[in-house]
Design a protein around this ligand. Structure first.
Ligand SMILES: CC(C)(COP(=O)(O)OP(=O)(O)OC[C@H]1O[C@@H](n2cnc3c(N)ncnc32)[C@H](O)[C@@H]1OP(=O)(O)O)[C@@H](O)C(=O)NCCC(=O)NCCS
Length: 221
């Protein structure tokens, strides 16, 4: 286990992804099988601060299509009360956003240790593009961008029970621990062990994920 001082110093060090766009992580041409409605898919990773107003609107359109009735309008700073994203991995079919995975770096506490995670949220593939492994490709691009960023030890996310097989097929691993966080309403909460929490080894081995209560020191994603 690395010392707290070392991790805190690394977290404070400006990481490498300071450019407007991280990189063109992947460009794929080819027909998605489902209905042939989505053809050329490009996937790019963009820093939150570098999103143009029109890119924010494109993302809002996709999230609102899915969640407006249930959760209200998408707020890029605190989507549905969850933590915001530092990096957006965005899939486009021609000019339309058809998929998104967001992540943000945070130093959290697990048991007696501190761990640098990339907290993942905003995982969404638009309904017409589902079932053609776009979600999996987005998750793998997100993992690539965590690795490119440097200093990220694990990816981290929480999800519904029924979506666990999706994340497992993307290479993620379930862990079991109580989780302390700030709720969507801004209140401290401690959730019992049980609901799905998953981690992805980035710069550490899976076996080195520490035992003990996870304290996200903020909102979940
Ligand atoms: C979950 C979601 C992102 C998956 O995207 P997708 O492009 O349809 O998924 P993929 O085609 O890449 O699926 C990869 C694998 O995961 C499985 N899978 C996909 N969605 C799943 C789900 N909801 N539950 C269980 N397994 C799922 C697929 O069957 C596939 O398995 P296979 O390799 O054996 O064929 C998409 O269904 C979605 O946006 N759902 C609504 C929003 C949501 O629930 N997001 C997750 C919040 S935690």
């Amino acid at each position: 286990m690395r010392e707290k001082q070392t991790l805190a110093t690394r977290l404070a060090t400006p990481h490498r992804i300071t450019g407007e766009r991280l990189s063109l992580l992947q460009h794929e041409a080819g027909a998605l099988s489902k209905g042939g409605r989505v053809k050329d898919i490009s996937i790019t990773a963009v820093m939150h601060a570098a999103l143009s107003p029109s890119e924010v609107e494109e993302l809002r359109r996709m999230f609102d299509d899915e969640y407006l009735d249930q959760f209200g309008m998408w707020d890029p700073k605190e989507p549905y009360g969850y933590a915001g994203h530092e990096v957006h991995v965005v899939a486009r079919a021609y000019d339309t956003v058809v998929g998104h995975v967001g992540w943000a770096r945070r130093l959290i506490e697990v048991g007696d240790s501190e761990v640098v995670i990339a907290g993942v949220g905003g995982v969404l593939v638009s309904s017409q593009a589902r079932g053609s492994h776009l979600g999996e490709r987005l998750m793998r691009c997100a993992a690539g961008s965590m690795s490119d960023a440097g200093g990220v030890e694990f990816g981290y996310l929480g999800c519904r029970e029924d979506v666990v097989p999706f994340y497992v097929s993307c290479g993620w691993h379930r862990v079991s621990a109580p989780e302390r966080s700030i709720s969507r309403r801004g209140l401290p909460v401690l959730d019992r062990a049980g609901p799905p929490l998953l981690v992805l080894p980035v710069e550490r081995e899976l076996a080195s994920w520490p035992e003990g209560t996870i304290d996200l020191r903020g909102r979940a994603w």
